[in-house]
Design a binder for this molecule. Structure first.
Ligand code: 6PG
Length: 264
């Protein structure tokens, strides 16, 4: 059985408010990690939800752009579709257009998953890049300062999809995963033990399409093969959900927009 975890969830009226809270978490995580360890290492997800947050981080009119010490940030991805960086399905492309092309993050600090390669090779090269970036030795695994996740309406997170092989991989840092449910059926993803080693893990989840799955993942029976997001229980104990009202509609009422759930 999994370790017990306290989940803190913050509910906002609209997606722009979720994005602003997420941008604030991103910026504060970089500042804190840079002050504590001289470097911040953050892993971001793709999909559609994070785009608005990336745009806020890149907007000079917002406080985040000047708050963030860009030269102290190493940016990684939680997962990538096995497509080239120019493909419309590429998480990297979305991030480059919304964020990277507008901020002074040095290219050598952007650790893209090379989706244009064969999946196994892309996963191996990404794992090597992480080992190198974190100066890992032997079987050490990386501790990201912040890992930002999304959740699909099927309960997947990262590219850990229901009933797929990557759910059983506890050996690698990154792995190729075949996802027959998806048109882009090959993905590269961080494995769940790496995600659970994150100092702070936060889900960004929005929209009524996620209402039911959010309820099932965080209040339903523990069945991670069916709901992989249930596996995410950081050893640090810091698991945050940033939600809009639509997604949070089936969670217990909050006090001033903040609620907690005990996951047994
Ligand atoms: C991906 C993401 C994936 C995403 C969820 C939610 O590569 O698609 O990493 O895990 O976070 O599918 O996607 P939306 O934000 O589009 O709902």
């Amino acid at each position: 059985m999994p370790r017990s975890t306290t989940v803190t969830y913050r509910v906002f009226s609209t997606p722009p408010e979720v994005a602003k809270a997420a941008a604030g978490l991103f910026a504060s995580s970089v500042v804190e990690a840079a002050q504590a360890r001289g470097i911040a290492r953050i892993a971001i997800s793709g999909g559609t939800t994070p785009k608005m947050m990336f745009e806020l981080l890149a907007d000079p009119a917002q406080p985040f752009f000047t708050q963030i010490p860009w030269d102290k940030l190493d940016l990684y991805w939680v997962d990538e579709r096995c497509v080239g960086p120019e493909d419309a399905d590429s998480n990297y492309r979305m991030t480059r257009e919304a964020l990277l092309s507008k901020v002074p993050l040095p290219a050598e600090r952007v650790h893209r998953i090379e989706g244009e390669l064969e999946p196994e090779e892309a996963a191996a090269r990404y794992e090597a890049a992480i080992r190198n970036g974190f100066l890992l030795e032997g079987a050490e695994t990386p501790t990201f300062d912040l890992i930002l996740l999304g959740m699909g309406d099927d309960g997947h997170t990262a590219s850990l999809f229901p009933h797929t092989e990557a759910l059983d991989n506890m050996m690698n840092i990154a792995v190729a995963n075949h996802v027959p449910q998806k048109e882009t059926s090959w993905r590269v993803t961080l494995t769940w033990p790496v995600i659970n080693q994150g100092r702070h893990v936060a889900f960004l989840i929005e929209g009524e399409a996620k209402t039911q799955v959010l309820h099932e993942v965080f209040q339903g029976k523990y069945q991670p093969e069916a709901y992989p997001a249930q596996i995410i229980r950081p050893a640090s104990g810091k698991l945050t959900l940033l939600l809009d009202e639509a997604a949070a509609a089936k969670l217990p009422e909050t006090v001033n927009g903040i609620g907690t759930l005990e996951l047994n």
